[in-house]
Design a protein around this ligand. Structure first.
Ligand code: TYM
Length: 333
């Protein structure tokens, strides 16, 4: 049986290699299987949980759609839309926030990381962010959610919310509990500057990540400068455990080339980093530069990108508003 796929990406700056290898690569694979129904959402409501420059946000929404398409998502086979244009997301989020418990949200590690030391000054939206994410998923009777490892806890919360709603209102199976689709390996790509930190859009240094719109020379320079350790590359996976940078770079190489980590370890065993980095740079250039050129091309055609969104919003709205209507009936509105 086909899967009902939903996933979202925030339009906050350039998408990077972590987004690609952790999530978007998987979106493309799922989208290519005609049995699946896929919905990919530009989650602009989520992005304003931290302040955004309005002009930049508009550009970033287009940039995210262009990146989806450039990576190979086919808008004829999937629904691509931006969250703010389908009001059911905000409305369902409110109702679900009356079901979710404060204790559940207090456990969310991403909030703790993003809010930093001064939690009192974080927005309420940043705190309740996973509830909006649950609304996104549950409105579409999603069966599977492809995400990177960092979203695992949010998906568990989504399942808890679905279960509690069904129980509270005695509506068995009304909300489907979605399965996360998290790749076993390479589901957490780390910073090029620190193998213990996640590759992230919010990290101030651009040198810490490969952006999907980087050109050849940017990619080569970033890999040349990427942090390593002084030893040659190891001959076993076990030895990588104490060498986070080597593990991350070999992971990136494996994921991009579609081979196991074991094979990559064997291929570069005993070699020094400079040799390995040449191979890694070349592979990244081969895979990322075509995406980057396509993004630039697509960004010149804003009307086309707007059309993709408009078309997607219409389709998403038809599904989501129907589910919201049922939610209203169940709740007693
Ligand atoms: P966001 O925009 O932070 O990231 C988009 C996707 O990229 C994955 N990702 C990574 N994977 C591996 N390594 C990394 N360094 C890395 N950085 C990011 C994320 O896991 C994600 O899959 N809350 C979500 C967006 C969202 C959503 C949803 C996702 C909103 N509603 C409903 C699924 C379903 C987020 O902030 O993703």
């Amino acid at each position: 049986m086909g899967k009902k796929i939903f996933s979202g990406v925030q339009p906050t700056g350039n998408l990077h290699l972590g987004n690609f290898l952790g999530a978007i690569k998987n979106f493309v694979k799922l989208n290519n299987d005609d049995n699946n129904e896929c919905i990919f959402c530009v989650v602009d409501l989520h992005s304003i949980t931290i302040p955004q420059n309005p002009k930049e946000l508009k550009k970033n929404i287009h940039n995210t759609v262009a990146t989806f398409l450039a990576c190979g998502i086919d808008p004829k086979k999937s629904i691509i839309f931006n969250q703010s244009q389908v009001s059911a997301h905000s409305e369902a989020s409110w109702i679900l926030s009356c079901v979710a418990r404060i204790g559940w949200l207090n456990r969310m590690t991403q909030f703790k990381e993003k809010a930093g030391k001064d939690k009192e000054k974080a927005s309420i939206g940043l705190y309740s962010y996973p509830i909006l994410m649950a609304a996104d998923i549950l409105l579409y009777d999603t069966t599977h959610v492809p995400v990177g490892n960092d979203q695992k806890q949010h998906l568990e919360l989504c399942r808890d919310i679905a279960q509690k709603f069904n129980n509270d209102f005695n509506m068995k199976d009304f909300f489907k509990e979605p399965e996360p689709l998290i790749q076993k390996e390479f589901s957490r790509i780390m910073s090029l500057k620190d193998g213990l930190k996640k590759m992230s859009k919010s990290e101030p240094s651009d040198q810490s990540r490969i952006n999907l719109n980087d050109n050849e020379s940017q990619i080569v320079t970033k890999i040349k400068k990427a942090k390593t350790d002084p030893l040659p590359l190891p001959s076993t996976i076990k030895e990588l455990e104490k060498r986070p940078e080597a593990k991350n770079l070999l992971g990136i190489f494996s994921s991009l080339s579609g081979q196991t980590l074991e094979k990559s370890v064997n291929e570069f065993s005993g070699k020094n980093f400079s040799k390995f980095k040449e191979n890694l740079s070349q592979l990244l250039v081969d895979k990322i530069v075509p995406i980057s050129s396509e993004i630039k091309k697509l960004l010149n055609d804003k009307n086309f990108l707007e059309d993709v969104l408009l078309n997607g919003c219409g389709k998403a709205d038809a599904i989501a508003s129907k589910k919201l209507k049922k939610i209203h009936e169940i709740v007693g509105f």
